[in-house]
Design a protein around this ligand. Structure first.
Ligand code: DQA
Length: 180
């Protein structure tokens, strides 16, 4: 499995940007944590950062072409107003988990809204850099269940706790159609 981690605007300044909110780790240190975690889990990960909306959108579009199994996305301030990033997330079949270092619901009221949340596979927020690790774990679990479903024709084991199956993607829909 291979996953893409995208950091949005201003996250290149981690470590010196409002450390009381975002912590003391630099982006390079956060990326090291993510890579170490991925190694532990036996998956591949690639981390990218951009301050540009269009670049993030291009990377989201490319996620399918580049055969990523999922994207961990911290859209930064684009979270709160970028319909273009939202539409890019909605346009791709690769599952996207929205993550935030801070708990956006405990901050200024205008940060409480995310235009991305409704099209993301899920959200993890408020755990500092651990949000990225939990987001990655969620994607690994979702992809694991999806693969399990593909292997088990006519019915699939559900994850413990009766959690819903992974949302069907174009790939799972095609696999299901082929089995009929
Ligand atoms: C952030 C929260 C956003 O509101 C903010 O604009 C960021 C970082 C976070 O990770 O907590 O740039 O996404």
């Amino acid at each position: 499995m291979k996953f893409l981690v995208l950091h949005g605007p201003n996250l290149n300044l981690l470590g010196r940007r409002e450390p009381e909110i975002y912590g003391a780790l630099t982006l390079a240190a956060v990326d090291r944590l993510i890579r170490d975690h991925a190694r532990l889990r036996g998956v591949r990960v690639e981390c990218r950062q951009s301050n540009l909306e269009g670049q993030l959108i291009d990377w989201l579009h490319g996620a399918e072409r580049e055969a990523f199994d999922g994207v961990v996305l911290n859209p930064g301030a684009f979270t709160h107003y970028s319909i273009a990033v939202r539409d890019a997330v909605a346009a791709i079949d690769v599952p996207v988990v929205e993550v935030h270092l801070s708990n956006i619901h405990a901050r200024e009221p205008w940060r409480h809204a995310s235009v991305i949340a409704g099209v993301a596979r899920g959200q993890v927020l408020g755990f500092g850099p651990v949000s990225y690790l939990l987001g990655l774990d969620a994607l690994i679990a979702v992809e694991g269940v999806t693969r399990e479903n593909r292997r088990a024709p006519g019915g699939a084991p559900r994850p413990p706790g009766g959690a819903p199956r992974a949302a069907p993607t174009r790939r799972t829909r095609t696999a299901r159609a082929a089995r009929r």
